[in-house]
Write a protein that binds this ligand. Structure first.
Ligand code: ADP
Ligand code: MG
Length: 146
């Protein structure tokens, strides 16, 4: 089912991420599409909050991949990891060699949020949640969830 959310400020986008983060039970891949400044990293901060990660989410633009361990919960007692991947600076396959992206994406309990997922189209699993972020005006953004 497709949903569109309009957010009117930074915190509302955090909240959208947080609500989704709270509901994740198994591993999930989130492909976050949209231009610079459209709110992808802000959404990931919310996701992390919903997953009860208390470390600050720092954009992985320069290092590409950041890993966060998830606390076990009653609903999800198995150890899981959350990966925040930002492919903005990736220009060729060479840039992602050795990062183990394929393994990260295929490990069943991993929760992964990827900015600029188009850059690794071939590696993306079929089962994923696509979110399309759009700058509307000033502090207004739209988030389409597919
Ligand atoms: P991206 O990762 O898509 O490049 P960021 O989340 O890093 O985008 O940046 C979004 C910027 O826009 C931040 O500076 C944030 O404070 C600002 N902003 C203003 N309004 C919103 C909103 N409704 N949702 C998300 N970010 C917003
Ligand atoms: Mg970003």
């Amino acid at each position: 089912m497709q949903k569109v959310k309009i957010t009117n400020n930074f915190l509302e986008t955090v909240k959208v991420g947080e609500e989704i983060g709270k509901k994740i039970k198994k591993g999930t891949i989130f492909a976050l599409h949209g231009n610079l400044g459209s709110g992808k990293t802000t959404f990931v901060q919310g996701l992390a909050r919903g997953l009860k990660i208390d470390k600050k989410i720092i954009s992985p633009t320069f290092i590409i991949v950041r890993k966060y361990e998830l606390p076990a919960t009653r609903q999800a007692p198995q150890p899981r990891d959350f990966y925040h991947i930002d492919l903005y600076r990736v220009e060729s396959e060479n840039d992602i060699k050795g990062l183990g992206l394929e393994e990260i994406l295929n490990y069943p309990t991993n929760i992964v949020a990827i900015e600029w997922p188009e850059k690794i189209e071939k590696l993306l699993p079929k089962t994923k949640t696509d979110l399309f972020f759009e700058y509307l005006q000033d502090d207004k953004r739209s988030i389409k969830i597919i």
